[in-house]
Design a protein around this ligand. Structure first.
Ligand SMILES: [Zn+2]
Length: 218
């Protein structure tokens, strides 16, 4: 328990940063994989992209869950229901979405909130996997639709159920920062991690080479 969370931050100083976060849910290896592939490409010196965008990358937030292959963290809490959003609630107690003892009670969410204070975000991209979908909170319709033209995943601004204490709620309401939640398909006998990256490589690369993620847009 207590595996270290890794973080990479662009050298360039900025008043606000673009956050790329993987592994909120430890069993969602597809999202972690896509972010890892993207990060490898972004950090290739030839791209020079880290010079252009002030980024903070957290490859896996829920390191214990990732090691154990569980959605929740080592204490059984869904990190995406534990953030200190105004709508945090202890009403959903089922194991899959356990919100924790109190808002922000978990070491991983408190780690994230501290980083947000130190290096404030202007946009957060969170890499998950479930059913393929591009979900957004805040003013991100253009970015979501841009990606969708490449991967053909549906775009939505409402997952259709309440998500108290989620990253989207916390960022949108408490920080006034938009969140793009990327849901990739799950691996199966017909779909490998490499194929999932394949569906997304071109769109993500084009997005990062466009001006759409620049701080002045937010
Ligand atoms: Zn997830």
């Amino acid at each position: 328990m207590g595996d270290k969370i890794e973080l990479w931050k662009a050298l360039k100083k900025s008043p606000r940063y673009l956050y790329l976060i993987g592994g909120f849910h430890g069993d969602e290896v597809e999202g972690v994989y896509v972010l890892n592939q993207l990060f490898k490409w972004l950090s290739n010196e030839d791209q020079g992209l880290e010079m252009n965008l002030p980024m903070v990358v957290i490859p896996i937030l829920n390191t214990d869950g990732y090691r154990m292959g569980t959605r929740c963290n080592a204490t059984g809490v869904d990190l995406n229901r534990n953030l200190p959003a105004k709508n945090w609630s202890e009403s959903h107690q089922d194991a899959k979405y356990h919100p924790g003892k109190k808002a922000g009670s978990e070491s991983e969410t408190s780690y994230l909130v501290k980083r947000f204070k130190k290096w404030p975000p202007y946009l957060v991209m969170s890499f998950h996997s479930w059913k393929p979908m591009i979900n957004y909170d805040g003013n991100l319709q253009v970015v979501a639709e841009y990606l969708s033209t490449y991967n053909q995943y549906p775009v939505c601004d409402d997952v259709g159920y309440e998500t108290p204490g989620s990253l989207g709620s916390y960022c949108a309401e408490s920080l006034n920062v938009p969140v793009l939640t990327l849901e990739y398909p799950r691996i199966s006998k017909d779909l490998s991690l490499a194929e999932i990256w394949n569906q997304n490589e071109e769109g993500l690369k084009e997005l990062f080479m466009s001006n759409l993620l620049a701080p002045h847009n937010f």
